[in-house]
Write a new protein. Sequence first.
Length: 116
Amino acid sequence: MRGLFPIYLLALLTGVTANAAEIQGVITDWRCTENMVRNGREKVLQQDHSCSLARNPDRAEYGLITDEKKFYHLDAEGNKKVNRLLHNSPDKDNLRVILTGDVQGNLIKVTYASIL
């Protein structure tokens, strides 16, 4: 059994990293993300000022919209990382980032976040 442990461990680690990805996009308030994809980010920001991160960057949850109009929800750790990036950015409504982490459906379990 001890001889099989390294094989099990390797299989487990391989399964965990199989969905690792690096995704680029614009950070949004999660509750506004789907509407922004459907109707356009600029239009939504003009019509619903509560979606603007420039006015208040502190949100409970953030989303990411890619250039291909895919959208992702960030996990709790990703929300913390993005919040720190937002506070260090002068252009909060157009913050483009690279997120690295495991993707499960439309959820990103963020391990690393940086400004583009």
